[in-house]
Design a protein around this ligand. Structure first.
Ligand code: UD1
Length: 417
Protein backbone atom coordinates (compact mmCIF):
# COMPACT_ATOMS: atom_id res chain seq x y z
CA UNK A 1 0.00 0.00 0.00
CA UNK A 2 1.58 3.27 -1.01
CA UNK A 3 -1.50 5.52 -0.89
CA UNK A 4 -4.78 5.76 0.98
CA UNK A 5 -7.99 7.44 -0.19
CA UNK A 6 -10.08 9.02 2.55
CA UNK A 7 -13.60 10.39 2.14
CA UNK A 8 -14.05 12.69 5.06
CA UNK A 9 -16.82 13.53 7.53
CA UNK A 10 -18.09 9.99 8.14
CA UNK A 11 -19.33 9.72 11.73
CA UNK A 12 -16.72 7.84 13.73
CA UNK A 13 -17.92 5.48 16.41
CA UNK A 14 -16.98 2.04 17.62
CA UNK A 15 -14.14 0.20 19.22
CA UNK A 16 -10.58 -0.56 18.16
CA UNK A 17 -8.42 -3.26 19.72
CA UNK A 18 -5.00 -1.60 19.78
CA UNK A 19 -1.98 -3.36 18.26
CA UNK A 20 1.16 -4.13 20.27
CA UNK A 21 3.56 -1.29 20.97
CA UNK A 22 6.21 -0.53 18.36
CA UNK A 23 8.50 1.35 20.70
CA UNK A 24 8.30 -1.40 23.32
CA UNK A 25 8.90 -4.36 21.05
CA UNK A 26 11.95 -3.01 19.18
CA UNK A 27 14.28 -2.86 22.22
CA UNK A 28 12.88 -6.21 23.43
CA UNK A 29 13.86 -7.75 20.12
CA UNK A 30 17.38 -6.35 20.54
CA UNK A 31 17.44 -7.72 24.10
CA UNK A 32 16.84 -11.28 22.88
CA UNK A 33 20.56 -11.22 21.99
CA UNK A 34 21.31 -11.30 25.73
CA UNK A 35 19.92 -14.84 26.12
CA UNK A 36 20.88 -18.04 24.35
CA UNK A 37 17.77 -19.92 23.24
CA UNK A 38 14.21 -19.35 22.09
CA UNK A 39 12.39 -16.23 23.25
CA UNK A 40 8.68 -15.82 22.48
CA UNK A 41 6.93 -12.43 22.37
CA UNK A 42 3.16 -12.25 21.83
CA UNK A 43 0.91 -9.46 20.48
CA UNK A 44 3.71 -8.26 18.18
CA UNK A 45 2.49 -5.88 15.43
CA UNK A 46 3.25 -6.75 11.80
CA UNK A 47 4.84 -3.37 11.01
CA UNK A 48 7.80 -2.46 8.82
CA UNK A 49 10.06 -1.55 11.77
CA UNK A 50 9.52 -5.00 13.31
CA UNK A 51 10.35 -6.65 9.96
CA UNK A 52 13.48 -4.52 9.75
CA UNK A 53 14.56 -5.58 13.25
CA UNK A 54 13.88 -9.23 12.31
CA UNK A 55 16.24 -8.82 9.35
CA UNK A 56 18.92 -7.27 11.58
CA UNK A 57 18.67 -10.17 14.06
CA UNK A 58 18.81 -12.67 11.18
CA UNK A 59 21.90 -10.99 9.78
CA UNK A 60 23.58 -11.56 13.17
CA UNK A 61 22.73 -15.28 13.12
CA UNK A 62 19.38 -15.45 14.98
CA UNK A 63 16.47 -17.47 13.64
CA UNK A 64 13.27 -15.38 13.75
CA UNK A 65 9.67 -15.96 12.81
CA UNK A 66 6.58 -13.77 13.11
CA UNK A 67 3.22 -15.47 12.64
CA UNK A 68 -0.18 -14.26 13.87
CA UNK A 69 1.38 -11.82 16.31
CA UNK A 70 3.74 -14.38 17.86
CA UNK A 71 7.40 -13.61 17.38
CA UNK A 72 10.01 -16.24 18.10
CA UNK A 73 13.69 -15.39 18.20
CA UNK A 74 16.21 -18.18 18.57
CA UNK A 75 19.43 -16.48 19.58
CA UNK A 76 21.38 -19.68 20.35
CA UNK A 77 23.88 -18.80 17.65
CA UNK A 78 25.11 -15.27 17.02
CA UNK A 79 27.99 -15.26 14.55
CA UNK A 80 28.30 -11.66 13.41
CA UNK A 81 28.99 -8.40 15.23
CA UNK A 82 28.11 -6.12 12.32
CA UNK A 83 24.68 -4.49 11.97
CA UNK A 84 24.36 -4.11 8.17
CA UNK A 85 24.37 -0.50 6.98
CA UNK A 86 21.24 -0.87 4.84
CA UNK A 87 19.02 -1.62 7.87
CA UNK A 88 20.58 1.14 9.93
CA UNK A 89 19.62 3.62 7.22
CA UNK A 90 16.01 2.41 7.35
CA UNK A 91 15.47 2.54 11.07
CA UNK A 92 17.06 4.60 13.80
CA UNK A 93 16.16 2.05 16.48
CA UNK A 94 18.80 -0.24 15.02
CA UNK A 95 21.18 1.62 17.36
CA UNK A 96 19.52 -0.28 20.21
CA UNK A 97 21.23 -3.44 19.07
CA UNK A 98 24.60 -1.91 19.96
CA UNK A 99 24.34 -2.41 23.77
CA UNK A 100 23.13 -6.02 23.82
CA UNK A 101 25.40 -7.08 20.93
CA UNK A 102 28.40 -5.58 22.70
CA UNK A 103 27.38 -7.27 25.96
CA UNK A 104 27.10 -10.64 24.26
CA UNK A 105 29.99 -10.56 21.80
CA UNK A 106 32.43 -8.06 23.30
CA UNK A 107 32.27 -6.14 20.03
CA UNK A 108 29.64 -4.43 17.89
CA UNK A 109 29.81 -2.48 14.65
CA UNK A 110 27.09 -0.17 13.41
CA UNK A 111 26.60 2.98 11.36
CA UNK A 112 25.03 6.34 12.04
CA UNK A 113 21.28 5.69 12.27
CA UNK A 114 18.39 6.75 10.02
CA UNK A 115 14.64 6.45 10.62
CA UNK A 116 12.14 9.29 10.48
CA UNK A 117 13.56 12.51 9.14
CA UNK A 118 13.35 14.44 12.41
CA UNK A 119 16.34 16.73 12.24
CA UNK A 120 19.69 15.89 13.77
CA UNK A 121 19.45 12.64 15.71
CA UNK A 122 22.84 12.18 17.37
CA UNK A 123 23.76 9.12 19.41
CA UNK A 124 26.37 10.66 21.72
CA UNK A 125 24.38 9.76 24.87
CA UNK A 126 24.27 6.08 23.80
CA UNK A 127 28.01 5.98 23.16
CA UNK A 128 28.92 7.83 26.34
CA UNK A 129 26.84 5.38 28.40
CA UNK A 130 28.55 2.37 26.82
CA UNK A 131 31.93 3.98 27.43
CA UNK A 132 31.03 4.50 31.09
CA UNK A 133 30.41 0.76 31.30
CA UNK A 134 33.94 0.14 30.08
CA UNK A 135 33.55 -0.03 26.29
CA UNK A 136 35.92 1.67 23.89
CA UNK A 137 34.27 3.27 20.91
CA UNK A 138 35.77 4.34 17.59
CA UNK A 139 34.08 6.30 14.82
CA UNK A 140 35.21 6.68 11.23
CA UNK A 141 33.43 7.22 7.93
CA UNK A 142 29.96 6.92 9.44
CA UNK A 143 30.91 3.59 11.05
CA UNK A 144 30.91 3.04 14.81
CA UNK A 145 32.84 0.27 16.54
CA UNK A 146 32.34 -0.55 20.22
CA UNK A 147 34.59 -3.04 21.96
CA UNK A 148 35.05 -4.29 25.51
CA UNK A 149 36.77 -7.03 27.48
CA UNK A 150 33.79 -7.37 29.79
CA UNK A 151 31.45 -4.53 30.76
CA UNK A 152 31.57 -3.21 34.33
CA UNK A 153 28.83 -1.51 36.33
CA UNK A 154 29.12 2.22 36.86
CA UNK A 155 27.12 5.34 37.69
CA UNK A 156 25.79 7.11 34.60
CA UNK A 157 24.03 10.46 34.63
CA UNK A 158 22.30 11.13 31.31
CA UNK A 159 22.56 14.74 30.14
CA UNK A 160 19.03 14.32 28.69
CA UNK A 161 16.52 11.52 29.41
CA UNK A 162 16.92 9.87 26.00
CA UNK A 163 14.60 6.90 25.53
CA UNK A 164 16.94 4.93 23.27
CA UNK A 165 20.07 5.67 25.30
CA UNK A 166 18.34 4.62 28.55
CA UNK A 167 17.32 1.36 26.86
CA UNK A 168 20.77 0.76 25.39
CA UNK A 169 22.51 1.37 28.72
CA UNK A 170 19.98 -0.82 30.51
CA UNK A 171 20.55 -3.71 28.10
CA UNK A 172 24.32 -3.36 28.35
CA UNK A 173 24.21 -3.14 32.16
CA UNK A 174 22.05 -6.17 32.98
CA UNK A 175 24.93 -8.57 32.36
CA UNK A 176 27.77 -6.18 33.33
CA UNK A 177 29.82 -7.02 36.38
CA UNK A 178 28.60 -5.31 39.55
CA UNK A 179 26.07 -2.54 40.09
CA UNK A 180 25.02 0.13 37.59
CA UNK A 181 23.06 3.22 38.57
CA UNK A 182 21.40 5.12 35.72
CA UNK A 183 20.29 8.65 36.63
CA UNK A 184 18.09 11.12 34.75
CA UNK A 185 16.67 8.15 32.82
CA UNK A 186 13.75 8.36 30.44
CA UNK A 187 10.57 7.13 32.18
CA UNK A 188 8.44 6.24 29.16
CA UNK A 189 6.04 3.28 29.65
CA UNK A 190 8.05 1.40 27.01
CA UNK A 191 11.05 1.48 29.38
CA UNK A 192 8.93 0.01 32.15
CA UNK A 193 7.94 -2.75 29.71
CA UNK A 194 11.54 -3.36 28.74
CA UNK A 195 12.43 -3.66 32.45
CA UNK A 196 9.63 -6.21 32.90
CA UNK A 197 10.88 -8.15 29.88
CA UNK A 198 14.51 -8.14 31.07
CA UNK A 199 13.37 -9.15 34.57
CA UNK A 200 11.47 -12.09 33.04
CA UNK A 201 14.82 -13.04 31.46
CA UNK A 202 16.52 -13.03 34.86
CA UNK A 203 17.80 -9.44 35.07
CA UNK A 204 17.81 -7.61 38.42
CA UNK A 205 16.48 -4.08 37.99
CA UNK A 206 15.09 -1.81 40.71
CA UNK A 207 12.85 1.26 40.42
CA UNK A 208 11.46 0.62 36.92
CA UNK A 209 9.57 3.72 35.79
CA UNK A 210 11.58 6.08 38.00
CA UNK A 211 14.30 8.41 36.86
CA UNK A 212 17.00 6.45 38.67
CA UNK A 213 17.39 2.76 37.81
CA UNK A 214 19.61 0.43 39.81
CA UNK A 215 20.83 -2.70 38.06
CA UNK A 216 22.66 -5.58 39.70
CA UNK A 217 24.53 -7.36 36.92
CA UNK A 218 23.91 -11.09 36.48
CA UNK A 219 26.16 -13.46 34.53
CA UNK A 220 23.63 -14.45 31.89
CA UNK A 221 20.00 -13.97 30.94
CA UNK A 222 17.70 -16.79 29.92
CA UNK A 223 14.98 -16.81 27.23
CA UNK A 224 11.41 -16.06 28.29
CA UNK A 225 7.83 -15.80 27.04
CA UNK A 226 6.32 -12.33 27.17
CA UNK A 227 3.11 -10.61 26.14
CA UNK A 228 3.56 -7.12 24.71
CA UNK A 229 1.35 -4.21 25.82
CA UNK A 230 -0.71 -2.01 23.49
CA UNK A 231 0.70 0.93 21.56
CA UNK A 232 -0.23 4.19 23.34
CA UNK A 233 0.62 6.30 20.29
CA UNK A 234 -1.72 4.32 18.00
CA UNK A 235 -4.43 4.57 20.67
CA UNK A 236 -3.83 8.32 20.96
CA UNK A 237 -4.01 8.73 17.19
CA UNK A 238 -7.45 7.09 16.92
CA UNK A 239 -8.83 8.96 19.94
CA UNK A 240 -7.67 12.22 18.38
CA UNK A 241 -9.62 11.29 15.24
CA UNK A 242 -12.75 10.93 17.39
CA UNK A 243 -12.10 14.31 18.99
CA UNK A 244 -11.76 15.99 15.59
CA UNK A 245 -15.02 14.83 14.02
CA UNK A 246 -17.35 14.68 17.05
CA UNK A 247 -17.00 10.92 17.27
CA UNK A 248 -17.44 8.37 20.02
CA UNK A 249 -14.55 5.92 20.02
CA UNK A 250 -13.26 3.30 22.45
CA UNK A 251 -9.72 1.96 22.31
CA UNK A 252 -8.95 -1.20 24.21
CA UNK A 253 -5.89 -2.97 25.54
CA UNK A 254 -4.17 0.05 27.06
CA UNK A 255 -3.53 1.28 30.59
CA UNK A 256 -5.23 4.74 30.50
CA UNK A 257 -2.52 6.17 32.73
CA UNK A 258 -0.02 5.90 29.88
CA UNK A 259 -2.01 8.48 27.91
CA UNK A 260 -2.81 10.75 30.81
CA UNK A 261 -1.28 13.96 29.38
CA UNK A 262 -3.01 13.73 25.97
CA UNK A 263 -6.33 12.65 27.58
CA UNK A 264 -6.30 15.64 29.93
CA UNK A 265 -5.68 17.88 26.95
CA UNK A 266 -8.61 16.30 25.10
CA UNK A 267 -10.79 17.11 28.13
CA UNK A 268 -9.63 20.72 28.05
CA UNK A 269 -10.54 20.76 24.35
CA UNK A 270 -14.12 19.78 25.23
CA UNK A 271 -14.21 15.99 24.88
CA UNK A 272 -15.59 13.63 27.50
CA UNK A 273 -12.98 11.03 28.40
CA UNK A 274 -13.86 7.83 30.25
CA UNK A 275 -10.95 5.82 31.63
CA UNK A 276 -11.54 2.21 32.64
CA UNK A 277 -8.25 0.96 34.03
CA UNK A 278 -9.67 -2.45 34.94
CA UNK A 279 -11.03 -3.18 31.47
CA UNK A 280 -8.06 -1.36 29.91
CA UNK A 281 -10.36 0.82 27.86
CA UNK A 282 -10.52 4.52 27.06
CA UNK A 283 -13.57 6.17 25.54
CA UNK A 284 -13.52 9.61 23.97
CA UNK A 285 -16.81 11.27 23.12
CA UNK A 286 -16.88 14.66 21.45
CA UNK A 287 -20.17 16.47 20.94
CA UNK A 288 -18.87 19.55 19.21
CA UNK A 289 -15.86 21.03 17.49
CA UNK A 290 -12.82 21.03 19.82
CA UNK A 291 -11.55 24.34 21.11
CA UNK A 292 -8.05 25.71 20.60
CA UNK A 293 -5.32 24.63 23.02
CA UNK A 294 -1.71 25.03 24.04
CA UNK A 295 0.78 22.25 24.69
CA UNK A 296 4.52 21.65 24.96
CA UNK A 297 6.09 18.28 24.14
CA UNK A 298 8.66 16.72 26.46
CA UNK A 299 9.96 13.49 27.94
CA UNK A 300 7.32 11.34 29.71
CA UNK A 301 5.15 12.17 31.61
CA UNK A 302 5.02 15.40 29.56
CA UNK A 303 3.06 15.49 26.30
CA UNK A 304 4.56 12.90 23.88
CA UNK A 305 6.31 14.22 20.79
CA UNK A 306 4.89 11.23 18.88
CA UNK A 307 1.38 12.66 19.31
CA UNK A 308 2.39 16.17 18.39
CA UNK A 309 1.56 15.67 14.69
CA UNK A 310 -1.90 14.14 15.33
CA UNK A 311 -2.65 17.06 17.67
CA UNK A 312 -1.46 19.47 15.01
CA UNK A 313 -4.22 17.97 12.84
CA UNK A 314 -6.66 18.49 15.74
CA UNK A 315 -5.50 22.13 15.99
CA UNK A 316 -6.28 22.46 12.28
CA UNK A 317 -9.99 21.89 13.00
CA UNK A 318 -10.18 23.52 16.44
CA UNK A 319 -12.20 26.66 17.21
CA UNK A 320 -9.86 29.59 17.73
CA UNK A 321 -6.09 29.50 17.92
CA UNK A 322 -3.78 26.74 19.16
CA UNK A 323 -0.10 26.82 20.04
CA UNK A 324 2.15 23.77 20.04
CA UNK A 325 5.77 23.87 21.14
CA UNK A 326 8.07 20.98 20.17
CA UNK A 327 11.05 20.54 22.49
CA UNK A 328 12.20 16.99 21.67
CA UNK A 329 12.83 16.79 17.92
CA UNK A 330 13.76 19.96 16.07
CA UNK A 331 12.28 19.05 12.67
CA UNK A 332 8.98 17.57 13.70
CA UNK A 333 6.72 20.08 11.99
CA UNK A 334 6.96 18.54 8.52
CA UNK A 335 3.26 17.65 8.67
CA UNK A 336 2.39 21.30 9.27
CA UNK A 337 3.33 22.29 5.72
CA UNK A 338 0.98 19.63 4.30
CA UNK A 339 -1.81 20.49 6.72
CA UNK A 340 -1.92 23.92 5.09
CA UNK A 341 -3.14 22.15 1.92
CA UNK A 342 -6.23 21.16 3.93
CA UNK A 343 -6.97 24.83 4.62
CA UNK A 344 -5.50 25.26 8.10
CA UNK A 345 -3.64 28.50 8.78
CA UNK A 346 -0.34 27.48 10.37
CA UNK A 347 2.50 29.81 11.34
CA UNK A 348 5.83 28.21 12.21
CA UNK A 349 8.44 30.02 14.20
CA UNK A 350 11.39 27.98 15.47
CA UNK A 351 10.00 25.15 17.56
CA UNK A 352 6.51 26.64 17.84
CA UNK A 353 3.46 26.21 15.62
CA UNK A 354 0.47 28.54 15.85
CA UNK A 355 -2.63 27.21 14.20
CA UNK A 356 -6.00 28.73 13.32
CA UNK A 357 -8.46 25.95 12.70
CA UNK A 358 -11.39 25.64 10.31
CA UNK A 359 -14.06 23.00 10.05
CA UNK A 360 -14.56 21.15 7.86
CA UNK A 361 -11.17 21.11 6.16
CA UNK A 362 -10.70 21.10 2.38
CA UNK A 363 -9.77 17.78 0.78
CA UNK A 364 -6.18 17.50 -0.47
CA UNK A 365 -3.68 15.25 -2.21
CA UNK A 366 -0.58 15.11 -0.02
CA UNK A 367 2.45 13.00 0.72
CA UNK A 368 3.20 11.57 4.19
CA UNK A 369 6.43 13.22 5.38
CA UNK A 370 7.16 10.74 8.18
CA UNK A 371 5.42 8.14 10.35
CA UNK A 372 3.35 10.27 12.75
CA UNK A 373 3.07 13.13 10.28
CA UNK A 374 1.50 10.70 7.81
CA UNK A 375 -1.05 9.59 10.39
CA UNK A 376 -1.83 13.25 11.09
CA UNK A 377 -2.63 13.83 7.41
CA UNK A 378 -5.06 10.91 7.47
CA UNK A 379 -6.77 12.50 10.48
CA UNK A 380 -7.02 15.80 8.59
CA UNK A 381 -8.55 13.97 5.62
CA UNK A 382 -11.15 12.41 7.95
CA UNK A 383 -12.23 15.97 8.83
CA UNK A 384 -12.26 17.23 5.23
CA UNK A 385 -15.36 17.58 3.07
CA UNK A 386 -14.67 15.31 0.08
CA UNK A 387 -12.05 12.80 -1.02
CA UNK A 388 -8.36 13.16 -0.15
CA UNK A 389 -5.38 11.01 -1.08
CA UNK A 390 -2.42 10.45 1.24
CA UNK A 391 0.60 9.13 -0.64
CA UNK A 392 3.92 7.84 0.76
CA UNK A 393 2.16 5.47 3.16
CA UNK A 394 5.27 3.33 3.56
CA UNK A 395 6.14 5.78 6.36
CA UNK A 396 2.83 5.02 8.09
CA UNK A 397 3.41 1.26 7.74
CA UNK A 398 6.53 1.62 9.87
CA UNK A 399 4.31 1.98 12.91
CA UNK A 400 0.65 1.23 12.15
CA UNK A 401 -0.09 -2.40 11.38
CA UNK A 402 -3.14 -1.60 9.25
CA UNK A 403 -4.46 1.92 9.71
CA UNK A 404 -7.26 1.35 7.15
CA UNK A 405 -8.48 -1.78 8.97
CA UNK A 406 -8.55 0.09 12.27
CA UNK A 407 -10.32 3.17 10.90
CA UNK A 408 -12.86 1.07 8.97
CA UNK A 409 -13.84 -0.52 12.29
CA UNK A 410 -15.02 2.85 13.58
CA UNK A 411 -16.88 3.80 10.42
CA UNK A 412 -14.31 5.80 8.45
CA UNK A 413 -14.53 5.78 4.67
CA UNK A 414 -10.94 4.83 3.81
CA UNK A 415 -9.38 2.51 1.28
CA UNK A 416 -5.86 1.58 0.25
CA UNK A 417 -5.05 2.48 -3.36
C1 UD1 B 1 12.21 7.21 20.97
C2 UD1 B 1 11.03 6.69 20.21
C3 UD1 B 1 10.40 7.80 19.37
C4 UD1 B 1 10.05 8.98 20.28
C5 UD1 B 1 11.26 9.40 21.11
C6 UD1 B 1 10.93 10.47 22.14
C7 UD1 B 1 11.55 4.38 19.82
C8 UD1 B 1 11.88 3.32 18.86
N1 UD1 B 1 11.44 5.61 19.33
O1 UD1 B 1 13.17 7.66 20.02
O2 UD1 B 1 9.21 7.30 18.77
O3 UD1 B 1 9.64 10.06 19.49
O4 UD1 B 1 11.79 8.28 21.82
O5 UD1 B 1 9.90 10.05 22.97
O6 UD1 B 1 11.34 4.12 20.99
N2 UD1 B 1 19.52 12.73 21.59
C9 UD1 B 1 20.82 13.18 21.58
N3 UD1 B 1 21.83 12.25 21.71
C10 UD1 B 1 21.58 10.92 21.86
C11 UD1 B 1 20.23 10.48 21.86
C12 UD1 B 1 19.22 11.41 21.72
O7 UD1 B 1 21.09 14.37 21.47
O8 UD1 B 1 22.51 10.13 21.99
C13 UD1 B 1 18.42 13.72 21.40
C14 UD1 B 1 17.65 13.47 20.10
O9 UD1 B 1 18.28 14.07 19.02
C15 UD1 B 1 16.30 14.08 20.42
C16 UD1 B 1 16.14 13.78 21.92
O10 UD1 B 1 17.45 13.51 22.42
O11 UD1 B 1 16.34 15.46 20.23
C17 UD1 B 1 15.20 12.64 22.22
O12 UD1 B 1 15.67 11.47 21.65
P1 UD1 B 1 15.42 10.02 22.27
O13 UD1 B 1 14.65 10.12 23.54
O14 UD1 B 1 16.73 9.32 22.28
O15 UD1 B 1 14.48 9.36 21.18
P2 UD1 B 1 14.66 7.97 20.47
O16 UD1 B 1 15.08 6.95 21.46
O17 UD1 B 1 15.43 8.14 19.23
Amino acid sequence: MSAIEVRGLSPLNGKIEIQGSKNAVLPMMAATLLARGLTVIRHVPAIADVFCMIEILRSLGCVCQLAKGVLTVDSSVVDSVRIPEGFVGKMRSSVMVLGPLLARMGEAVTYYPGGCVLGKRPIDIHLKALESLGAETYEAGGMILARSNGLKGNRIIFRFPSVGATENALMAAVTAEGTTVLSNCAREPEIVELCAFLTAMGARIEHAGESELVIQGVRMLHPCEFSLGADRICAGTYLTAALMVSGDVVVSGLNPEYLDGPLRLMERMGAVVQRNAKAREIRVTAKERPCGFETVTGPYPAFPTDLQSPFLAAAAVARGESRIEETVFEARFAAALRLRDFGAVIRLSGCTAQVEGRYPLFPAIVRAPDLRGGAALILAALAAEGASVIDGCEHIERGYEDICRDLLQIGADVRPL
